[in-house]
Design a protein around this ligand. Structure first.
Ligand SMILES: [Fe+2]
Length: 439
């Protein structure tokens, strides 16, 4: 049986599923080991070079038997975070150690290595830890101390790996908008959204942590904006607006002063308020003058700001924010990235409030990448509008569960007086399903 496992659990005696890649290095054919479904995001990511006739064995057998502890160490050193083993050809995991995805279930949806419910808990933890790291990093910078580059880079790798395992888990958490300091949370959300889109755009996984770290810090310059300006509820006076708009330049400055960031990462942070048509700030750059991932960050930044509830404005429903982006594609925003963004979030992002064809009201609970119009929902009212005692969880993609239900329209949670976040929490703890085991 093939099992996707964390590289921490790899041991001598296991059979590693792998193929061989051949590259031309200075006119010489060089062969590397390419483990199946492996994800390496580490800055230390180095591929294992194959010598002698190793490649023939690997190609014939579909992988190799990990013969020694030294090889295990060598494989870990290449920066891999997970690998696939075949337990019919080698040793199994130690008792009590679980693979990353349950091999007895149907395979995860396209482009995902594990199921949503297998990643969501880990993603929640990673997000909480990163937001904490970020909050203290922002506080440090505000006090004139430096950014802990190592910590930010380590966090970037962990986030990227979660997104590579199952992008929907981390993405679904961007709906959580309260209880946390705004800037740190906003940075975390923008980072998740940008990296999810970059992944959908086919960016090399090894490059993703570069984008992750840059977007995590894109607003770090806000720490140099006086608090009374930063938190001002009303409209800005012209001189205040000028200071506020400097935060993008400050972000770049801080990253340059700190060192350890590439010029590209600095550009991503510095240019995140530039608009495609030159109407943005601080430099009024246009089109290709703006770094591609700064253009992407601009899309995610506006989306997250629109959908956030602030003291001075209510949260805009997600579908309306997506429409606002769509309206400005090609003028303010890069068309390609807006399209990818909308596609990545799906028609009904997790946390959307929807009315069904039978008038029941529900909150989108889990996405369904195989059929975006049929997510798993938590139904909170009856057809007559009476509240249900506990959320009723239904996978619309399953005919036996859906019983003819379909999403009718999206509803504004603010107007309906529903807090989707609370519903999701309630669904987690006391949600009811007709079927306990989802295969
Ligand atoms: Fe910003």
């Amino acid at each position: 049986m093939k099992k996707l496992i964390s590289v921490d659990h790899l041991q001598a005696g296991m059979f590693l599923e792998a193929s061989v890649v051949v590259e031309d290095r200075d006119g010489e054919e060089t062969r590397f080991l390419e483990p199946l479904n492996a994800v390496s995001t580490g800055s230390s990511a180095k591929r294992a070079r194959l010598t002698g006739k190793m490649h023939e064995k690997i190609s014939n057998n579909g992988g190799l038997l990990v013969s020694s502890d030294a090889l295990v160490t060598r494989l870990r050193e290449t920066g891999l975070s997970m690998v696939t083993i075949d337990t019919d050809k080698g040793a199994d995991l130690a008792e009590g150690v679980k693979p990353l995805t349950d091999p007895s279930r149907r395979p995860p949806p396209d482009g995902r290595l594990v199921h949503f419910d297998e990643e969501i808990e880990r993603a929640t933890e990673i997000r909480a830890e990163t937001t904490e790291t970020l909050t203290s990093a922002l506080a440090d910078v505000a006090e004139g101390k430096g950014v802990d580059t190592e910590k930010v880079n380590a966090a970037s790798e962990v986030i990227t790996e979660s997104i590579l395992r199952n992008v929907d888990a981390m993405l679904s958490l961007t709906r959580i908008k309260k209880h946390d300091p705004y800037t740190a949370l906003h940075c975390m959300n923008v980072c998740t959204l940008v990296v999810a889109v970059a992944q959908a755009d086919g960016v090399d996984p090894e490059y993703l942590p570069t984008i992750t770290a840059a977007t995590l810090l894109h607003d770090v310059g806000k720490t140099r904006v006086p608090l009374e300006v930063l938190n001002k509820p009303g409209r800005f006076e012209p001189h205040e607006l000028e200071v506020m708009r400097k935060h993008a330049v400050f972000s770049g400055d801080i990253m340059r002063e700190e060192g350890g960031f590439t010029e590209e990462q600095v550009f991503i942070a510095e240019q995140h308020h530039e608009m495609l048509d030159g109407s943005g700030y601080p430099y009024g750059l246009k089109g290709d003058e703006i770094h591609p991932y700064a253009r992407m960050t601009a899309v995610a930044d506006v989306y997250d700001a629109l959908t956030a509830k602030r003291v001075y404005k209510p949260a805009m429903p997600m579908h309306m924010a997506l429409m606002a982006l769509h309206k400005n594609r090609g003028t303010e925003f890069d068309e390609h990235f807006v399209d990818l963004f909308v596609r990545s979030l799906g028609v009904y992002p997790v946390g959307s409030l929807v009315e069904l064809n039978n008038k029941e009201v529900a909150v989108v609970y889990e996405p369904n990448p195989d059929n975006v119009r049929k997510p798993t929902i938590a139904i909170i009212t009856t057809s007559n509008g009476r509240p249900r005692p506990a959320p009723f969880i239904v996978n619309l993609a399953k005919r036996s569960e859906a019983e003819g239900r379909e999403v009718g329209k999206v509803v504004d949670p603010e107007t309906a007086g529903v807090d989707p976040e609370e519903v999701i929490e309630a669904a987690k703890t006391r949600g009811e399903r007709t079927e306990r085991l989802r295969r």
